[in-house]
Ligand binder design. Structure first.
Ligand code: ADP
Ligand code: MG
Length: 268
């Protein structure tokens, strides 16, 4: 069964009060995500990826369309504070800029303590909580003693993003929306971050919406790819289909821009 069903999702931003201008950021986007599935939204800058992500996370309200998560319309059926809190536990965001997720005046483990506070069944004391935090750091390949007590400027961008993913080992969300999670960290750490999402999917059955402008990366990691252009999904399907038989001119262009992948595919 699909965990997430998105139907005709549309967002129009209105700009200016007198001379009304409209930006159709997302136009009638529909897709589904199953349990244990990694789907990618791929597209160039301005194609509507972040706007879609924000609607899925309940950060901005759609102009029209429906987002059903576990059978509930997230914009109509969630009403109480408890409903919202449960939703925040079940659907987790990982953003592009790991620097923006940290307050420079607090140690880097603060988001992990905040995750503990969101838990339904909280640990009974601080020592137990710290054990959970340490375990979550080991899961993302960080030795706790390397980062605990340090401030954001004292750890690398890759480590900051790993700590954000460590939150997912504490909260165990059903779905992660990761908006260009690797685009601001150096190339050598990228593969490792992608593998952390795969590990979450494999060990926890997490569904992952992976947003990227890099079709090569999407090809490597996804069960399904949705190519976005100017707010619309213009190509969709299994990565082999999208990359080997791109339907839309735009996906053909994207495919041509990944020469290394092409060379690899020629050997198939
Ligand atoms: N808050 C906003 N107000 C007005 N226009 C916006 C707003 N957010 C995004 N847009 C516009 O919507 C379009 C899609 O943006 P975005 O979803 O950020 O694309 P992407 O993440 O693919 O780069 C762009 O034209 C952008 O300028
Ligand atoms: Mg974006």
């Amino acid at each position: 069964m699909s965990r997430l069903v998105v139907e005709n999702l549309t967002k129009t931003f209105s700009l200016g009060f007198i001379a009304k201008r409209h930006v159709n950021a997302v136009k009638s986007v529909s897709f589904t995500v199953k349990e244990k599935e990694i789907v990618s939204l791929v597209g160039e800058s301005g194609s509507g990826k972040t706007t879609t992500a924000k609607m899925l996370l309940r950060l901005i309200q759609p102009t029209s369309g429906k987002i059903m998560f576990e059978g509930k319309d997230i914009w109509k059926d969630l009403k109480t504070q408890e409903d919202f809190k449960t939703f925040r536990r079940k659907v987790h965001a990982v953003f592009q800029d790991p620097f923006a997720s940290y307050n420079p005046f607090y140690p880097v483990e603060r988001p992990l303590w905040q995750a503990i506070n969101l838990l339904e069944k909280k640990p009974s004391n601080k020592k137990e909580a710290l054990e959970i935090i340490k375990d979550s750091l080991f899961k993302v390949g960080i030795d706790p003693k390397d980062i605990l007590g340090k401030y954001p400027h004292q750890v690398s961008g890759g480590q900051k993003q790993r700590i954000m993913i460590a939150r997912c080992w504490i909260l165990r969300p059903l779905m992660i929306v990761a908006d260009e999670p690797t685009s601001m960290i150096d190339a050598s750490s990228r593969g490792g971050i992608i593998q952390l999402f795969e590990k979450l999917r494999d060990e926890q059955g997490t569904s992952i919406i992976f947003i990227t402008h890099d079709l090569g990366l999407a090809y490597y990691v996804s069960d399904n790819i949705f190519v976005m252009k100017d707010g619309e999904i213009v190509d969709r399907g299994h990565p082999d289909k999208v990359v080997l038989e791109p339907q839309h001119e735009y996906s053909k262009l994207l495919v041509e821009s990944i020469p290394k992948l092409y060379r690899k595919l020629e050997g198939l």
